[in-house]
Design a protein around this ligand. Sequence first.
Ligand SMILES: C[S@@+](CC[C@H](N)C(=O)[O-])C[C@H]1O[C@@H](n2cnc3c(N)ncnc32)[C@H](O)[C@@H]1O
Length: 268
Amino acid sequence: MEDSRARRWAIPYHYECLNGRVDTLLARHVNVIRDCRVLDLASHMGTLSYAALQLGAHHVHGVDTEEAMVRKGEDLFSRVQVSPDSYRFEVKDVFDFLEKCEPDSFDTILCFGLLYYVMEPFRLLELMARVTRKCILLDTFTARYAALQGKDALQYYPNVSDEALDLPVLLTSLTQSEKKDYRLPNAFPYKGKQLTLTNFPSRALLEIWFQILGLDFRFLEWDDYIQKPCHWRDLWTPEQKQACHWADVYASEVRVSYRLAPPSDPIG
Ligand SMILES: C[S@@+](CC[C@H](N)C(=O)[O-])C[C@H]1O[C@@H](n2cnc3c(N)ncnc32)[C@H](O)[C@@H]1O
């Protein structure tokens, strides 16, 4: 069966994009990965957990609500003979998991492709800030993505200005859960489809949230992978999306990534 994730316009699961993500999001932060206790929130089938272990993490704990993906990850890990002592995967909602964690339970938290799926993104940041000892690595879509994604993009586009998307705003839009290889918690039926609300903060809002929580933050650059300047409006039509390079979402800040640190252990 063909794997359609490799052809997705945004964050395709093909080797170039995955290698770029592993480099930018993990390998460049090896000082907070090697010998560390790593929590991978929304671990999916364990791809990034595996990379963290390859980079020398002491232990990785993956948490995801999609049981089929968790089991697939466990199967893959056992097939490539990853030491069972070095990882654990759990089927759980990240809020249920984090609320029960003691402060400083993990050195480093990976939060990739998750923040926009939760109903309370600020609360998720707050919980992660309490549970991490050293670092949170975050990779997420911004409000610009809400103006581009799905059928609504055609209506959104002429009505949203750059200035509006630069404000500290949170745009909520709908996504179709069943089009993905995982289901989303909080899905509801509407006109015969399963829909879920997604929440996309602008970069300005994200950085206000970090400051409110006292998190030291560094914006991560994707310059080594960006092919050309890209504006979010360059990714509007289906043809533009199909023709884009995977790193265009970073060039246009449709997606952003950060390294965050609690005040007790600033990035330096
Ligand atoms: C876009 S994938 C991200 C996979 C991986 N972290 C990455 O960046 O490539 C989103 C994942 O989040 C999981 N997910 C969504 N909401 C969740 C929640 N509240 N708790 C745990 N997992 C959740 C989904 O099951 C899915 O596996």
